[in-house]
Design a protein around this ligand. Structure first.
Ligand code: SF4
Length: 234
């Protein structure tokens, strides 16, 4: 089991404080769109995409978020989010937890009354995440190239409000994920999401495998890719 070391993350620390000493985060983009995945798929949602990720999954479609972005205070992020008057807010990346103040942002968004979710790789410790947040945590399959980064100790913090996601690249990944479901005792414990890796497995193939095995999982396709392709801002 490997963990992300500080040297592997682009923005591992608290980030430079602003003149008032407030924590800041490196933000790649903030946008309003339809949720493309997860239990709230199709619902209008504000996305806060933080910059940086210590992983390099083969299928990554947000490489543009590995570097760059703008330093913003938690207050400035909150103001930008509020402009959209959303019910749902998703903090995503990159890997949001690679920037330590992300947990304070999540708490602040919950306090503001939003239904907040966090998309995380499963390679960083989630124990400090506010329990009001629905954690959408990957378990990295062999096909991702990052299987060794899974921190299975995170499972101790997963409950019915959370969602575990497997991105399936081929039949081997599917069978590996099917085994993990049961090894980790996931059915009945949290939402389980199976997604076909775009361009690697067809949605139809994955759907047929799930039905043949009567798996208790939610099959999902990436709605935002059907609507807008890979363009940022969606
Ligand atoms: S964890 Fe997510 S953002 Fe990071 S490389 Fe993998 S797919 Fe991309």
């Amino acid at each position: 089991m490997a963990t992300a070391s500080k040297s592997e993350t682009e923005f591992p620390g608290p980030g430079p404080a602003n003149a008032a000493g407030a924590a800041r985060l490196r933000v790649n983009e903030i946008f309003y769109s339809l949720q493309g995945e997860s239990r709230t798929v199709g619902l209008p949602t504000v996305f806060v995409r933080l910059s940086g990720c210590p992983l390099r999954c083969g299928y990554c479609d947000t490489k543009y978020a590995f570097q760059g972005g703008e330093w913003m205070s938690l207050e400035d992020i909150s103001v930008r989010v509020a402009r959209y008057r959303p019910r749902y807010v998703t903090v995503t990346g990159g890997e949001p937890l690679a920037q330590r103040p992300s947990t304070a942002l999540l708490e602040r968004l919950c306090d503001a009354g939003y239904e907040v979710s966090l998309e995380t790789s499963g390679a960083l410790d989630i124990s400090a995440v506010d329990k009001r947040v629905s954690v959408v945590m990957d378990i990295k399959t062999p096909g991702s190239g990052e299987e060794a980064r899974n921190i299975y100790a995170n499972m101790a913090h997963i409950d019915a409000n959370d969602q575990i996601k497997f991105v399936i690249c081929d039949r081997t990944d599917y069978e590996w994920s099917r085994t993990k479901l049961h090894d980790l005792g996931l059915p009945g414990r949290c939402e389980i999401l199976f997604s076909p890796s775009h361009g690697a497995v067809t949605p139809t193939e994955l759907a047929d495998w799930i039905l043949a095995d009567h798996l208790p999982v939610r099959m999902q396709v990436q709605l935002h890719k059907l609507l807008w392709g890979d363009s940022p801002g969606h």
